[in-house]
Design a protein. Sequence first.
Length: 165
Amino acid sequence: MNHTYIIAFWSLSPLPSGSICMGYFTSSLRMFGDIQCLNCQNRRDRRTLRLLRQADLVVVALRQSHREFCDYFCKNVLPVSNCLYLVVDYLPDRELSLEHFSREFRIPPSQLICIPYNPEHRGIRSSLSHRYRENGSCPVMFRDSAYFHKEFERSQRMMLKALGF
């Protein structure tokens, strides 16, 4: 009997790039087994919190902002166990690096992943993102930047590792 894995994506605040990122992960993780991805957006209702507690992995998407990290970690917004922190629209040359967040907020480096800033993915309409989710292929704009694609693959490996693959 195959095991179904649930990955729940959640964010502290609304993220316009969140559904596109989740769509990419959904299509790329499909080849590893029955992995279902839930887009919980930034909802905090009782049902969403129950889903997050029951998920095999929770991916918390945060902006590269000191204030957003403080809001999340200091106010203990989401008490869940198996969790990865995804920094969206990440710019590696800023003073708020992954290493800085890891040190200041005591996040193990194995729980901190990122999606580099890519202005091209902002213009994708939902129909285009739905199309690449259905056929499992990566759109051209994700293939343009080697760094961008490399970080997506690293994030995917970290998610699989957190699931026990």
